[in-house]
Design a protein around this ligand. Structure first.
Ligand code: 9WO
Length: 239
């Protein structure tokens, strides 16, 4: 008998010191300590073979910057995949499929992810092709490397794993899980600088509170994110 392996993030990076970073604190950090997920950080430099341990080289065709070498990245990916042949291999890149809550749920349902973090100008295209690496973007902006994007992806997945969240806000009841933006939140004092907390929240009438929050979530979504609102309406219509 062996206990089931927890959801595992295998991160390939030339800056291993960036991990766990914020993932070692708060919700994700506690879950990591409790063994609800695992983090395996591989230093790409450990897979360099020459005496200078070089991981990058100048781009063919010229231009500024450096490109991560395919042989070195391939060796690192081979090691990561050897520890877990089932997990999807993902390169964090602005060219990738946009990360959304549906993809986060898919990843959380699997055994983990191998996350390749690029630096410099990127990774030699041939190794991405040869290993059929999927590309995922966290948004339309350029970072200085894939590491913060990998941390965003891991954070979003970890909070969905069984046992991570306790009963405070089960993810299924969360606004975003229903395709809506969050309703507003209030705490004491009930009157702050002459601003009152909306009356329904003070009523103690749970059904009214639920309805009020849902209406607020819908209104905010309609105003701010017509794209999410259209999808929500479609999904309500389809039942
Ligand atoms: C640099 C660059 C310069 C001019 C025009 C386009 C450019 N793209 C890049 C670029 O993608 N550089 C990368 C830096 C190389 C690989 C890792 N880097 C990265 C990943 N930057 N931003 C991301 C990223 C990952 C996931 N989601 C959003 C951004």
């Amino acid at each position: 008998m062996s206990a089931k392996e927890p959801w595992t993030a295998r991160v390939l990076t030339v800056f291993p010191e960036m991990f766990p970073g914020s993932l070692g604190l708060s919700l994700a950090g506690k879950a990591l300590e409790r063994g609800l997920w695992a983090l395996d950080v591989l230093d790409i430099r450990d897979f360099a073979r020459d005496k200078h341990r070089s991981v990058d080289d100048t781009p063919f065709g010229g231009g500024a910057g450096m490109v991560l070498r395919p042989d070195v990245v391939d060796a690192a990916l081979a090691a990561a995949v050897a520890s877990d042949g089932e997990a999807p291999v993902i390169y964090l890149s602005p060219r990738g499929r946009l990360l959304d809550q549906a993809l986060v749920r898919e990843l959380a349902a699997g055994p983990g992810a191998v996350l390749l973090c690029g630096r410099y100008e990127g990774v030699d295209q041939r190794v991405l092709k040869a290993r059929e690496v999927a590309e995922v973007s966290i948004g339309d902006y350029v970072l200085s490397g894939g590491e913060p994007a990998a941390q965003v992806l891991i954070d979003a997945v970890v909070r969905l794993l069984p046992g991570v969240m306790g009963n405070e806000a089960s993810p299924g009841e969360e606004s975003f899980e229903r395709g809506l933006l969050e309703h507003p939140h209030y705490t004491r004092p009930a009157d702050w600088q002459g601003r009152a907390v909306p009356e329904p929240l003070l009523s103690g009438h749970h059904e009214n509170i639920r309805r009020w929050r849902l209406e607020q979530a819908k209104e905010i979504t309609r105003q701010r994110r017509p794209d999410l609102w259209a999808r929500y309406r479609r999904e309500q219509d389809d039942g």
